[in-house]
Design a protein around this ligand. Structure first.
Ligand SMILES: *Cc1c(COP(=O)(O)O)cnc(C)c1O
Length: 366
């Protein structure tokens, strides 16, 4: 068959072993998954209550404009409905942006390490990828600016960045946006927006009034605890949204996904409580790292990337056999570090107790 050159040799996303598979392999009855930055507390109880009584006609296609969820998100953010685009997760928005703008002969600029989907989508479209290493643990925005030329179509900035958890602060972000050419789209991926507590990183929405070449992406998959429903959204001026919208599939958010969005976004008290509990959990990991003199990245998310001073694949395997699934830093581009989703107090205690034993056993604390 006549496959695109760019698709040959691509490997499918490795989602990590399922809870069921790990239970079976290691004969465990309990597994704690702290690998994909899902909210350990789940979603708002108001969403669960809504779903118990929800009545829908499943024979019908969903509303292709997602009117109710669009209105709810627009009202919450204080923007107009035509300044929003919804995706089947922000993953789909990444692919929509890529399909609309990237092709052979153009290039795209991103940090490394950063969220893997920017690169994968760009590879599929055959665009040139310019990866700029982090500097002082954050995006090297000056080097990213230098990498932009007349063939650059999209620049990806991820704040807080995955897998490091580090934000881009307001001042450098604004200085960067000022210098990006107006015909280059800047994607600001804020998947962890609701978890940010850094006082030097405030709401980015006002930037949209200043920059017509900016799109901000957020999601219901992380703090909202609704990853299963696959709802992400982009915020930009209406001309930009109107360009992207034809690239979107017509019924890309399901009936139930659309229905829960107004319920979830109305419960901001729940999001606040999740943020507070996450802050407390963060302290458990930081205390562990400081006690054992392990380096860690300052995180504004519900995960933390920290040093294990040994092969992180081995730590990953050992923790899995003890019932905890985390991410090894090796495939994320940060060897000898692990990325752990901040769980409940008990989950964090359990994981850290097991990790302490593993590191002890391998002589890390000797
Ligand atoms: C999790 C994540 C996403 C994807 O979120 P979905 O809305 O579930 O597709 C996007 N960007 C970053 C940085 C993420 O960590």
């Amino acid at each position: 068959m006549k496959w695109k050159e760019s698709v040959k040799g691509l490997k499918a996303y490795q989602p990590g072993k399922s809870i069921e598979a790990v239970k079976k392999e290691f004969g465990l009855s309990e597994i704690v998954k702290l690998a994909s930055n899902e909210n350990p507390l789940g979603c708002s109880p108001k969403v669960t209550a809504y779903l118990e009584n929800a009545v829908h006609n499943f024979a019908l296609y969903p509303d292709g404009y997602g009117t109710a969820m669009r209105e709810a998100v627009a009202k919450h953010l204080g923007v107009n409905g035509d300044e929003l685009i919804f995706g089947n997760g922000s993953d789909e928005l990444i692919s929509i942006v890529t399909r609309a703008l990237l092709q052979p002969g153009v290039n795209t600029v991103m940090a490394t390490p950063t969220f893997s989907q920017y690169k994968l989508n760009a590879l599929i479209e055959g665009a040139e990828i310019r990866e700029i290493p982090l500097k002082n643990r954050t995006h090297d925005l000056d080097a990213m600016l230098d990498a932009i030329d007349e063939n650059t179509a999209v620049v990806w900035v991820c704040s807080p960045n995955n897998p490091t958890g580090v934000v881009i602060e307001d001042a450098p972000l604004q200085a960067f946006l000022k210098k990006v050419p107006k015909d280059v789209l800047v994607v600001l991926d804020e998947a962890y927006f609701e978890y940010v507590t850094n006082p030097n990183c405030t709401d980015s929405l006002p930037l949209l009034k200043q920059y017509d070449n900016l799109i901000i992406m957020r999601t219901f998959s992380k703090a909202y605890g609704l990853a299963a429903f696959r709802v992400g959204y982009g915020i930009a001026n209406k001309e930009l949204i109107a360009r992207l919208d034809p690239v979107r599939g017509p019924f890309n958010n399901t009936v139930l996904s659309q229905a829960i969005v107004p319920v979830a976004i109305a419960d901001q008290a729940y999001i606040e409580s999740c943020r507070e509990i996450n802050e407390a959990g963060k302290k458990q990991y930081i205390a562990f790292c400081e006690k054992h003199q392990l380096d860690y990245y300052p995180t504004d998310t519900n995960f933390i990337l920290f040093e294990v001073k040994m092969d992180s694949d081995v730590v990953f395997q050992e923790l899995m056999s003890r019932g905890y699934i985390i991410r090894s830093g090796n495939p994320l581009g940060v060897p000898n570090y692990i990325r752990v989703t901040i769980g409940t107090k008990e989950q964090n205690e359990g994981l850290l107790a097991q990790l302490e034993e593993v590191l002890q056993k391998h002589g890390v604390f000797a």
